[in-house]
Write a protein that binds this ligand. Structure first.
Ligand code: 0PR
Length: 365
């Protein structure tokens, strides 16, 4: 750190230089985050100094968090759903397993997750000392084989999890069958809808994946993905709010005397921004955005097929995958563990972006 500070202009120009090295969003197909909605950005600044870790000091911002959770809970067919705003899907998944562990004390706890489970479950397993058992895919699909999943459950299983909008292929597990396994064994059922939670409800004829299904205990849904909030904003939604108390520790000198969240200091800015996006767009606005992303996904697939690239599956959500493809210079496309090219068709991937990309691909031939 320098002894003497710089001028505002110097600082801004220094930082702008670093920012210019980042990949522009118009070239990013590999991210589940996107350019925040303009209303989220505006609100973020206004709430920048708020800390939800001490909600008694910010009762207004705390009320926004409650409304965010309640609105998302309703969207996911819940009644009086509990929860809180997390730092993202990783924290929400971890908290679900923490609760399951408290509910089912055993010497050698295990969780059964699909092969598609996000790597946050590996972290969860490591941190909590809970064995992670991976259920394979159903033959010819990228969704979990629920029969094999049931076979992996034993007396030490504390939870089963499934994914609604998998990270790699954007497919949706059979949540109903997974929740039946949970109900039969009287264990926790967690649905990781970090990505799909703000896509599936806005599709035509959405498949059931949420609190509408009896056995579902908790859901991860990230506004910082398809909710176009500023980063970081995840949510952890829980059917029985009382269960959050299992995570409570004393926080005697704060305005709240107990704390069940994982982090202490928690930003209110992204939470207010996420709520602003919900209010501003409404269900209608989200339906438009989702339908645009799905349309662009179909356009990418048909464009790539025209060049002879084979899709791995018919896209379910706004995520496309191909067996192999030549990618023009400067574009960011990721590969799945199986080596497939993966395109996440976020709101920043506009029709123009898709056409520019396809045009550049055409010039490779
Ligand atoms: N659950 C699912 C289904 C996810 O896809 C992700 C992250 C998580 C949980 C964890 O969420 P947090 O990262 O918020 O803790 N999915 C993306 C991924 O790993 C995250 C991401 C976003 C990665 C933007 C890269 C990127 O540029 O692919």
């Amino acid at each position: 750190m320098d002894e003497i500070g710089c001028s505002r202009e110097e600082v801004l120009s220094l930082l702008a230089g670093y920012r210019a090295r980042d990949v522009p969003h118009e070239r990013i197909f590999s991210s589940m985050c996107t350019v925040p909605h303009k209303i989220a950005l505006e609100v973020h600044k206004y709430f920048a100094s708020t800390n939800l870790g001490d909600p008694g000091l910010y009762p207004g911002t705390a009320e926004i968090e409650r409304r965010l959770i309640s609105d998302l809970g309703c969207l996911l067919h819940g009644k009086d759903i509990g929860g809180y705003a997390t730092s993202g899907g990783t924290e929400s998944n971890l908290q679900a397993v923490r609760i399951a562990k408290k509910l089912h004390p055993t010497d050698k706890p295990n969780i059964v997750v699909p092969k598609s489970a996000h790597f946050s479950f590996d972290k969860t397993s490591d941190i909590l000392g809970v064995e992670m058992r991976m259920a394979p895919y159903k033959e010819g699909s990228f969704t979990v084989d629920t029969g094999k999943m049931a076979e992996l459950v034993d007396k030490n299983t504390i939870a089963v999890a499934c994914v609604a909008g998998t990270t790699e292929y954007g497919v949706i597990d059979d949540v109903k069958s997974v929740s039946s396994i949970a109900l039969e064994n009287d264990i926790w059922c967690h649905v990781d809808a970090a990505f799909g939670g703000l896509v599936i409800p806005f599709m035509k004829n959405p498949v059931p994946f949420d609190f509408e299904i009896d056995g579902v205990s908790s859901i991860t849904l990230d506004p910082h993905k398809m909710g176009m909030s500023t980063i970081p904003c995840g949510t952890f939604l829980i059917r029985e709010p009382e269960h959050l108390k299992l995570l409570s520790v004393d926080s005697p000198y704060l305005t709240m005397k107990t704390s069940f969240t994982l982090t202490g200091t928690r930003p209110g800015a992204d939470v207010a921004g996420a709520y602003a996006v919900l209010k501003y767009l409404g269900r209608e606005g989200f339906r438009d955005i989702v339908s645009g992303c799905l349309e662009n996904t179909r356009r990418l697939v048909s464009g790539m097929e025209a060049f002879g690239y084979k899709k791995v599956l018919n896209p379910v959500l706004n995520l496309a995958s191909f067996y192999a493809a030549d990618i023009p210079e400067g574009w960011k496309v990721s590969r799945t563990r199986a080596g497939h090219m993966r395109f996440v068709m976020m709101p920043h991937v506009t029709r123009d972006v898709v056409e520019t990309f396809l045009d550049e691909v055409s010039r490779l031939h």
